[in-house]
Design a protein around this ligand. Structure first.
Ligand code: PDD
Length: 286
């Protein structure tokens, strides 16, 4: 089935969906985005994703491209036209098209908005989670405002590629003090030898993942001990378990870091339980 993309008011065949060469997203990475899980045709945690989009827009001094109600209609229509049952929805808003100039474009310049949706194979993702993934650490080299979900992702791209070249699925950024910040497109977690779940606080320094927020709720419901504090690579290597969270991965066990086995080298019970019960706490919409 052919895919359809929403671009600035029109639903277009994916192959013909284009933005102008002077789109500020293209020229300056001057824009923000969201990725939302789709499960059984429904958006997962749409409210939280749209709230974070609003926050990102405000942080870069942009207005909403359309009302939240209109946006929700577009998201649903994009899902419908792509017949997505299980998959991902991508939403990007940039500061629009204008002659190249670093300063903001003239008032009235319309933001560009793109929405795409694709199907993913849930069985394949579950199989990956049963095996667990490898992670490679890289030095943190991003700007200080990684709390904004901007499309300026070059450090993330380079980190991910470096990890991939070493056979790892994700890169974990490590700050100058040796503490893990987060993944190139996920948040990072460990479970210590005495059973505490540890993840970095969502102060600037990481993106406050929606999946992270929900996973914390699941952990609380399960009566698990959570410590929101930084952890070092050394501590991660000694951990009983490690895992990552993102809308694209839900809760994904990590079984190797920098080539070293974590725990017994298999997905641990905490990560598996958080994954299994995740959607009981997530808001799954209509
Ligand atoms: N990325 N940290 C970074 C740097 C991310 O890019 C992401 C998500 C997360 C997790 O956020 P959430 O749980 O809300 O998905 C953390 C998306 C999935 C992406 O770029 O594809």
């Amino acid at each position: 089935m052919s895919r359809v993309a929403y671009v600035n008011g029109r639903y277009l065949p994916h192959a013909q969906a284009k933005v102008h060469i002077e789109d500020r997203g293209y020229q300056f990475a001057d824009g923000v985005y969201e990725v939302c899980e789709v499960r059984e045709g429904r958006l997962v945690d749409e409210r939280r994703h749209l709230e974070r989009l609003d926050r990102s827009l405000a942080e870069i001094g942009m207005q909403r491209p359309m009302s939240p109600a209109a946006l929700r209609v577009v998201l649903r229509e994009t899902l419908r036209r792509n017949r997505v049952h299980d998959g991902l929805l991508y939403l990007q808003v940039t500061r629009g098209v204008a002659p190249r100039d670093h300063g903001f474009p003239p008032p009235g310049t319309r933001p560009s908005i793109v929405v795409t949706a694709k199907s993913t194979d849930r069985a394949k993702a579950d199989a990956l989670a049963e095996a667990g993934v490898a992670v490679m650490t890289v030095p943190e080299n991003r700007w200080e405002r990684v709390d904004i979900k901007t499309v300026a992702l070059l450090p993330n791209v380079l980190a991910r590629q470096a990890a991939r070249a070493k056979g790892a699925r994700e890169a974990w950024f490590v700050d100058k003090d040796g503490f893990v910040t987060e993944g190139s497109s996920s948040n990072a977690w460990i479970v210590t030898a005495d059973g505490a779940i540890v993840t970095r606080p969502a102060t600037p320094g990481i993106l406050k993942g929606i999946t992270r927020t929900v996973a914390l709720e699941v952990a609380a419901k399960q009566g698990l001990r959570v410590e929101e504090r930084p952890f070092s690579v050394a501590e991660a290597l000694k951990a009983r378990e490690a895992f990552l969270t993102a809308a694209t991965q839900i809760v994904m066990p990590v079984v190797r870091i920098d080539g070293q086995q974590i725990g017994d080298g298999r997905p641990g019970p905490v990560a598996q339980a958080l994954r299994a019960h995740f959607h009981e706490s997530a808001e799954v919409g209509l």
